[in-house]
Write a protein that binds this ligand. Structure first.
Ligand SMILES: [Zn+2]
Length: 354
Protein backbone atom coordinates (compact mmCIF):
# COMPACT_ATOMS: atom_id res chain seq x y z
CA UNK A 1 0.00 0.00 0.00
CA UNK A 2 1.19 3.47 -0.83
CA UNK A 3 0.56 6.54 1.32
CA UNK A 4 0.35 10.16 0.39
CA UNK A 5 0.42 13.38 2.33
CA UNK A 6 -2.27 15.83 1.23
CA UNK A 7 -2.24 19.63 1.14
CA UNK A 8 -3.30 19.79 4.79
CA UNK A 9 -0.28 17.70 5.79
CA UNK A 10 -2.37 14.62 6.59
CA UNK A 11 -1.10 11.19 5.68
CA UNK A 12 -3.64 8.75 4.22
CA UNK A 13 -3.51 5.53 2.27
CA UNK A 14 -3.47 6.50 -1.42
CA UNK A 15 -6.16 4.68 -3.30
CA UNK A 16 -5.42 5.98 -6.75
CA UNK A 17 -2.61 4.40 -8.67
CA UNK A 18 0.23 6.74 -7.83
CA UNK A 19 0.48 8.08 -11.36
CA UNK A 20 -3.17 9.11 -11.38
CA UNK A 21 -3.31 10.55 -7.88
CA UNK A 22 -3.81 14.36 -7.86
CA UNK A 23 -0.80 14.66 -5.53
CA UNK A 24 1.48 12.80 -7.90
CA UNK A 25 2.45 16.07 -9.56
CA UNK A 26 4.25 17.12 -6.35
CA UNK A 27 7.65 15.78 -5.37
CA UNK A 28 7.90 13.72 -2.17
CA UNK A 29 4.18 13.27 -1.50
CA UNK A 30 4.03 9.47 -1.82
CA UNK A 31 5.84 6.70 0.04
CA UNK A 32 5.36 3.04 0.85
CA UNK A 33 6.05 3.82 4.48
CA UNK A 34 4.17 6.44 6.55
CA UNK A 35 7.34 7.40 8.42
CA UNK A 36 8.92 8.62 5.21
CA UNK A 37 6.22 11.28 4.89
CA UNK A 38 6.46 12.74 8.40
CA UNK A 39 8.93 15.47 7.44
CA UNK A 40 6.81 16.48 4.45
CA UNK A 41 3.77 16.61 6.75
CA UNK A 42 5.56 19.15 8.96
CA UNK A 43 6.60 21.23 5.96
CA UNK A 44 3.01 21.29 4.66
CA UNK A 45 1.12 21.95 7.85
CA UNK A 46 3.28 23.34 10.59
CA UNK A 47 2.86 26.96 11.56
CA UNK A 48 4.89 26.90 14.79
CA UNK A 49 8.39 28.38 14.82
CA UNK A 50 11.13 25.93 15.88
CA UNK A 51 12.70 26.45 19.30
CA UNK A 52 15.78 28.70 19.46
CA UNK A 53 16.88 27.01 22.70
CA UNK A 54 17.02 23.64 21.02
CA UNK A 55 18.96 25.09 18.09
CA UNK A 56 21.43 26.63 20.53
CA UNK A 57 21.98 23.33 22.32
CA UNK A 58 22.43 21.53 19.03
CA UNK A 59 25.02 23.97 17.73
CA UNK A 60 26.96 23.63 21.02
CA UNK A 61 26.57 19.90 21.59
CA UNK A 62 26.10 18.50 18.10
CA UNK A 63 22.61 17.22 18.95
CA UNK A 64 20.28 16.64 21.89
CA UNK A 65 19.74 13.48 23.91
CA UNK A 66 16.50 14.65 25.55
CA UNK A 67 13.88 17.35 25.07
CA UNK A 68 14.83 19.43 28.14
CA UNK A 69 15.83 22.44 26.01
CA UNK A 70 12.16 22.66 24.94
CA UNK A 71 10.76 22.42 28.46
CA UNK A 72 10.35 26.15 29.11
CA UNK A 73 8.68 26.84 25.77
CA UNK A 74 6.44 23.78 26.13
CA UNK A 75 5.01 25.18 29.34
CA UNK A 76 3.39 28.08 27.53
CA UNK A 77 2.89 26.70 24.03
CA UNK A 78 -0.63 26.56 22.63
CA UNK A 79 0.49 23.83 20.23
CA UNK A 80 3.05 21.78 22.20
CA UNK A 81 3.30 18.83 19.83
CA UNK A 82 3.66 21.12 16.80
CA UNK A 83 6.48 22.89 18.66
CA UNK A 84 8.28 19.59 19.30
CA UNK A 85 7.81 18.52 15.70
CA UNK A 86 8.90 21.76 14.11
CA UNK A 87 11.98 22.00 16.38
CA UNK A 88 13.01 18.42 15.70
CA UNK A 89 12.29 18.64 12.00
CA UNK A 90 14.53 21.66 11.42
CA UNK A 91 17.17 20.41 13.87
CA UNK A 92 17.41 16.99 12.25
CA UNK A 93 17.68 18.68 8.87
CA UNK A 94 20.39 21.07 10.06
CA UNK A 95 22.29 18.32 11.84
CA UNK A 96 22.23 15.98 8.88
CA UNK A 97 23.44 18.76 6.62
CA UNK A 98 26.19 19.76 9.05
CA UNK A 99 27.23 16.22 9.78
CA UNK A 100 27.32 15.33 6.14
CA UNK A 101 29.31 18.38 5.17
CA UNK A 102 31.75 17.89 8.08
CA UNK A 103 32.26 14.18 7.50
CA UNK A 104 32.46 14.72 3.76
CA UNK A 105 35.10 17.41 4.06
CA UNK A 106 37.17 15.12 6.33
CA UNK A 107 36.88 12.27 3.86
CA UNK A 108 37.65 14.59 0.97
CA UNK A 109 40.82 15.81 2.68
CA UNK A 110 41.89 12.22 3.46
CA UNK A 111 41.40 11.33 -0.20
CA UNK A 112 43.53 14.25 -1.37
CA UNK A 113 46.32 13.23 1.00
CA UNK A 114 46.16 9.65 -0.20
CA UNK A 115 46.50 10.76 -3.82
CA UNK A 116 49.39 13.04 -2.97
CA UNK A 117 51.16 10.21 -1.11
CA UNK A 118 50.68 7.84 -4.04
CA UNK A 119 52.18 10.40 -6.44
CA UNK A 120 55.26 10.59 -4.23
CA UNK A 121 55.38 6.81 -3.94
CA UNK A 122 55.49 6.59 -7.76
CA UNK A 123 58.41 9.00 -7.71
CA UNK A 124 60.12 6.84 -5.09
CA UNK A 125 59.70 3.82 -7.36
CA UNK A 126 61.38 5.79 -10.13
CA UNK A 127 64.26 7.00 -8.02
CA UNK A 128 64.99 4.33 -5.43
CA UNK A 129 66.44 1.30 -7.22
CA UNK A 130 66.60 -0.60 -3.96
CA UNK A 131 62.81 -1.14 -4.26
CA UNK A 132 61.98 -4.23 -6.30
CA UNK A 133 59.78 -4.01 -9.38
CA UNK A 134 57.14 -6.22 -7.79
CA UNK A 135 56.06 -6.36 -4.17
CA UNK A 136 58.00 -9.66 -3.91
CA UNK A 137 61.21 -7.89 -4.78
CA UNK A 138 63.77 -6.49 -2.41
CA UNK A 139 62.32 -4.76 0.63
CA UNK A 140 64.89 -2.21 1.64
CA UNK A 141 63.89 1.24 2.85
CA UNK A 142 60.52 2.25 4.17
CA UNK A 143 58.49 1.78 0.99
CA UNK A 144 57.24 -1.70 1.89
CA UNK A 145 55.97 -0.36 5.21
CA UNK A 146 53.40 1.87 3.54
CA UNK A 147 49.82 0.46 3.33
CA UNK A 148 49.70 -2.42 0.88
CA UNK A 149 46.77 -1.08 -1.12
CA UNK A 150 48.71 2.15 -1.70
CA UNK A 151 51.89 0.28 -2.68
CA UNK A 152 49.82 -1.69 -5.17
CA UNK A 153 48.27 1.42 -6.71
CA UNK A 154 51.67 3.17 -6.94
CA UNK A 155 53.18 0.15 -8.69
CA UNK A 156 50.29 0.01 -11.13
CA UNK A 157 50.73 3.67 -12.05
CA UNK A 158 54.49 3.21 -12.34
CA UNK A 159 53.95 0.28 -14.68
CA UNK A 160 51.13 1.81 -16.73
CA UNK A 161 52.47 5.35 -17.20
CA UNK A 162 56.23 4.98 -16.77
CA UNK A 163 56.78 1.40 -17.89
CA UNK A 164 59.08 0.66 -14.89
CA UNK A 165 61.29 3.60 -15.92
CA UNK A 166 63.91 4.59 -13.31
CA UNK A 167 65.78 7.84 -13.02
CA UNK A 168 69.40 6.82 -12.38
CA UNK A 169 70.55 7.81 -8.92
CA UNK A 170 74.23 8.24 -8.57
CA UNK A 171 74.80 11.29 -6.47
CA UNK A 172 74.35 11.83 -2.74
CA UNK A 173 71.81 14.44 -3.77
CA UNK A 174 69.50 11.60 -4.84
CA UNK A 175 69.73 9.91 -1.46
CA UNK A 176 68.67 13.17 0.10
CA UNK A 177 65.70 13.43 -2.31
CA UNK A 178 64.63 9.84 -1.56
CA UNK A 179 64.75 10.50 2.17
CA UNK A 180 62.64 13.61 1.85
CA UNK A 181 60.12 11.81 -0.43
CA UNK A 182 59.82 9.02 2.14
CA UNK A 183 59.18 11.57 4.86
CA UNK A 184 56.54 13.33 2.80
CA UNK A 185 54.70 10.06 2.14
CA UNK A 186 54.92 9.07 5.80
CA UNK A 187 53.52 12.44 6.92
CA UNK A 188 50.73 12.43 4.37
CA UNK A 189 49.68 8.92 5.38
CA UNK A 190 49.60 9.75 9.07
CA UNK A 191 47.56 12.92 8.35
CA UNK A 192 45.26 10.89 6.14
CA UNK A 193 44.63 8.40 8.95
CA UNK A 194 43.89 11.23 11.32
CA UNK A 195 41.25 12.74 9.01
CA UNK A 196 39.66 9.32 8.54
CA UNK A 197 39.38 8.77 12.27
CA UNK A 198 37.95 12.32 12.73
CA UNK A 199 35.30 11.50 10.17
CA UNK A 200 34.48 8.21 11.90
CA UNK A 201 34.39 9.47 15.49
CA UNK A 202 32.27 12.51 14.63
CA UNK A 203 29.90 10.20 12.85
CA UNK A 204 29.34 7.94 15.81
CA UNK A 205 28.78 10.73 18.38
CA UNK A 206 26.28 12.62 16.27
CA UNK A 207 24.54 9.50 15.08
CA UNK A 208 23.51 8.56 18.59
CA UNK A 209 21.92 11.95 19.19
CA UNK A 210 20.49 12.04 15.71
CA UNK A 211 18.93 8.60 16.20
CA UNK A 212 17.34 9.76 19.43
CA UNK A 213 15.95 12.89 17.74
CA UNK A 214 14.56 10.85 14.87
CA UNK A 215 12.84 8.40 17.19
CA UNK A 216 11.15 11.26 19.12
CA UNK A 217 10.23 12.91 15.84
CA UNK A 218 8.59 9.70 14.60
CA UNK A 219 6.77 9.16 17.88
CA UNK A 220 5.21 12.64 17.92
CA UNK A 221 4.57 12.60 14.17
CA UNK A 222 2.57 9.42 14.58
CA UNK A 223 0.40 11.08 17.24
CA UNK A 224 0.12 14.26 15.20
CA UNK A 225 -1.09 12.45 12.12
CA UNK A 226 -3.91 10.70 14.00
CA UNK A 227 -4.77 13.98 15.67
CA UNK A 228 -5.08 15.69 12.29
CA UNK A 229 -7.13 12.85 10.83
CA UNK A 230 -9.69 12.83 13.64
CA UNK A 231 -10.12 16.60 13.63
CA UNK A 232 -11.36 18.07 10.39
CA UNK A 233 -12.71 21.56 10.59
CA UNK A 234 -14.47 21.37 7.23
CA UNK A 235 -16.50 18.29 7.87
CA UNK A 236 -17.05 15.98 10.77
CA UNK A 237 -15.74 18.00 13.65
CA UNK A 238 -18.98 19.72 14.55
CA UNK A 239 -21.54 17.87 16.57
CA UNK A 240 -24.57 19.52 15.05
CA UNK A 241 -27.27 17.64 13.20
CA UNK A 242 -26.82 17.85 9.41
CA UNK A 243 -29.34 17.13 6.68
CA UNK A 244 -28.17 15.89 3.26
CA UNK A 245 -28.88 19.37 1.89
CA UNK A 246 -26.69 20.93 4.59
CA UNK A 247 -23.86 18.60 3.62
CA UNK A 248 -24.36 19.32 -0.09
CA UNK A 249 -24.10 23.06 0.51
CA UNK A 250 -21.02 22.69 2.67
CA UNK A 251 -19.30 20.46 0.13
CA UNK A 252 -20.02 22.91 -2.69
CA UNK A 253 -18.44 25.68 -0.62
CA UNK A 254 -15.11 23.85 -0.26
CA UNK A 255 -12.26 24.97 -2.49
CA UNK A 256 -10.43 22.35 -4.54
CA UNK A 257 -7.69 21.67 -2.01
CA UNK A 258 -10.21 21.33 0.79
CA UNK A 259 -12.40 19.10 -1.34
CA UNK A 260 -9.56 16.69 -2.05
CA UNK A 261 -8.51 16.66 1.59
CA UNK A 262 -12.11 16.05 2.66
CA UNK A 263 -12.27 13.20 0.16
CA UNK A 264 -9.40 11.50 1.99
CA UNK A 265 -10.95 12.30 5.37
CA UNK A 266 -14.40 10.94 4.54
CA UNK A 267 -13.45 7.83 2.65
CA UNK A 268 -10.77 6.40 4.93
CA UNK A 269 -12.17 3.38 6.76
CA UNK A 270 -13.03 3.47 10.47
CA UNK A 271 -10.94 0.34 10.93
CA UNK A 272 -7.87 2.05 9.51
CA UNK A 273 -8.25 4.97 11.92
CA UNK A 274 -8.89 2.58 14.80
CA UNK A 275 -5.60 0.82 13.98
CA UNK A 276 -3.83 4.19 14.01
CA UNK A 277 -5.30 4.85 17.46
CA UNK A 278 -3.99 1.53 18.74
CA UNK A 279 -0.54 2.30 17.25
CA UNK A 280 -0.66 5.58 19.17
CA UNK A 281 -1.59 3.90 22.48
CA UNK A 282 -4.99 5.65 22.36
CA UNK A 283 -3.32 8.93 23.30
CA UNK A 284 -2.25 7.72 26.71
CA UNK A 285 0.57 9.92 27.94
CA UNK A 286 3.68 8.46 29.54
CA UNK A 287 5.38 10.68 32.11
CA UNK A 288 8.95 11.67 31.24
CA UNK A 289 11.77 13.04 33.33
CA UNK A 290 13.29 15.48 30.83
CA UNK A 291 10.37 17.95 31.01
CA UNK A 292 9.10 20.17 33.81
CA UNK A 293 5.75 19.25 35.46
CA UNK A 294 4.15 22.30 33.86
CA UNK A 295 5.38 21.33 30.39
CA UNK A 296 4.04 17.84 30.93
CA UNK A 297 0.66 19.22 32.07
CA UNK A 298 0.42 20.93 28.72
CA UNK A 299 1.21 17.68 26.89
CA UNK A 300 -1.23 15.72 29.06
CA UNK A 301 -3.94 18.21 28.12
CA UNK A 302 -3.10 17.73 24.42
CA UNK A 303 -3.37 13.95 24.72
CA UNK A 304 -6.68 14.21 26.60
CA UNK A 305 -8.21 16.59 24.05
CA UNK A 306 -7.27 14.20 21.29
CA UNK A 307 -8.78 11.22 23.06
CA UNK A 308 -12.06 13.18 23.25
CA UNK A 309 -11.79 14.05 19.56
CA UNK A 310 -11.28 10.37 18.78
CA UNK A 311 -14.43 9.42 20.64
CA UNK A 312 -16.37 12.03 18.75
CA UNK A 313 -14.85 10.83 15.50
CA UNK A 314 -16.21 7.33 16.10
CA UNK A 315 -19.72 8.69 16.58
CA UNK A 316 -19.61 10.61 13.30
CA UNK A 317 -19.00 7.56 11.16
CA UNK A 318 -22.40 7.70 9.44
CA UNK A 319 -22.00 11.38 8.73
CA UNK A 320 -18.71 10.75 6.99
CA UNK A 321 -20.42 8.31 4.66
CA UNK A 322 -22.93 10.99 3.64
CA UNK A 323 -20.13 13.51 3.23
CA UNK A 324 -18.17 10.98 1.19
CA UNK A 325 -21.06 10.51 -1.24
CA UNK A 326 -21.50 14.25 -1.75
CA UNK A 327 -17.74 14.79 -2.13
CA UNK A 328 -17.51 12.12 -4.83
CA UNK A 329 -20.35 13.79 -6.74
CA UNK A 330 -18.77 17.20 -6.38
CA UNK A 331 -15.37 15.99 -7.57
CA UNK A 332 -17.08 14.46 -10.58
CA UNK A 333 -18.97 17.71 -11.25
CA UNK A 334 -15.81 19.78 -11.11
CA UNK A 335 -14.02 17.38 -13.41
CA UNK A 336 -14.91 19.30 -16.55
CA UNK A 337 -14.08 22.66 -15.07
CA UNK A 338 -10.77 24.39 -15.65
CA UNK A 339 -11.10 25.81 -12.13
CA UNK A 340 -10.16 22.43 -10.81
CA UNK A 341 -6.49 23.32 -10.75
CA UNK A 342 -5.14 20.24 -9.07
CA UNK A 343 -6.75 17.84 -11.44
CA UNK A 344 -8.39 19.20 -14.54
CA UNK A 345 -8.58 15.94 -16.45
CA UNK A 346 -11.81 14.09 -15.93
CA UNK A 347 -10.05 10.80 -16.48
CA UNK A 348 -7.84 11.31 -13.47
CA UNK A 349 -10.77 12.16 -11.24
CA UNK A 350 -12.65 9.09 -12.36
CA UNK A 351 -9.71 6.91 -11.47
CA UNK A 352 -9.71 8.50 -8.04
CA UNK A 353 -13.38 7.65 -7.53
CA UNK A 354 -13.23 4.07 -8.82
ZN1 LIG B 1 -1.85 9.56 -3.69
Amino acid sequence: MSYHVNNEGKIYPCRATVKKCPYSQFEGRHALNKENLYHMAVILSNTVEPSKNMFREISNEGGVSDLSSLSKELEESKAPVELILSSLHYSIEALEKKENSYVNSMKERAKELREKAIDNMVELLQRDNRIGETSYGRQIGVFHKFPESMQKEAREIWKRYHNYYRISNTSSNDDYLIKSLENKVRNDISQMNRYMSFAKSNNSINNKKLEYMKSEFNHFSKLMNVSKIISNRHTYEKNEYETVDDIKNKVIALNNDQLLAAYDGCTVSDDYVRDLMVESDNFSYKMRDDLSPKAQDNLIKWHKTNLELAQRYELRSLNRILWGIEIRKEIRDRGGSTDFVLNSEKEKIDSLIE
